[in-house]
Design a protein around this ligand. Structure first.
Ligand code: NI
Length: 189
């Protein structure tokens, strides 16, 4: 068991395109286990390997109905659009509105290397999309229509604006995914 160090915005690994995993080895299984523990420890609902400094295509997600681990995840299908609030363990205290597909089909390999195909909607669909973005070096603030800091709730303007004053770390309440209700919820992934 290991709690891994979560990389913060500014770390180059978060901007790299992660490599596909050729095979689910013992090392990958250990990575998945450690990522799950790290995600729960940080009160997150999703975590992608680049967030723990590993440039490989592995994600873990728990949006309230159990842990999903996917290796080489792919969005097979996207339907509908939905705007809601997102946060990210790599951008503590930062929140934003992000438009995502409302329903997705995601495929990949599970922690035992078996092919999986999952249908998801709502929060679970959102978290899958957020985590797969991490594998492509994309942060939610790149896509957000509005970004603000949780601590003061002041709106900073458009996402990705140069000099957006993402400040020092803030203690914040974790997202209790099982009681998640839109809008205005705070969920970090
Ligand atoms: Ni994130």
């Amino acid at each position: 068991m290991a709690i891994l160090n979560i990389r913060r915005e500014g770390d180059p690994v978060l901007r790299q395109v992660a490599r596909p995993v050729p095979k689910v080895t013992r090392r990958i299984k250990k990575l998945i286990k450690d990522m799950g523990e790290t995600m729960y420890h940080a009160n997150g609902i999703g975590l992608a390997a680049p967030q723990v400094g590993v440039g490989e295509r592995v994600i873990v997600v728990d949006a309230g109905d159990g842990l999903y681990a996917l290796v080489n995840p792919r969005l097979e299908k996207e339907e509908g659009r939905e705007v809601d609030v997102e946060g990210c363990l790599s951008l503590p205290g930062v929140l934003g509105y992000v438009e995502r597909a409302a329903r997705v089909v995601v495929s990949g390999l599970d922690e035992d290397g078996r092919p999986r195909r999952l249908e998801a909607e709502g929060l679970l669909a959102r978290v899958f999309q957020h985590e797969i973005d991490h594998l492509d070096g994309v942060l939610f603030t790149d896509k957000a229509t509005m970004v603000w800091k949780e601590a003061d709730e002041k709106i900073h303007g458009e996402a990705g604006a140069p000099g957006s004053p993402y400040g020092p770390d803030q203690e914040e309440q974790g997202c209790v995914s099982s009681s998640w209700e839109p809008p205005g919820s705070r969920c970090r992934a």
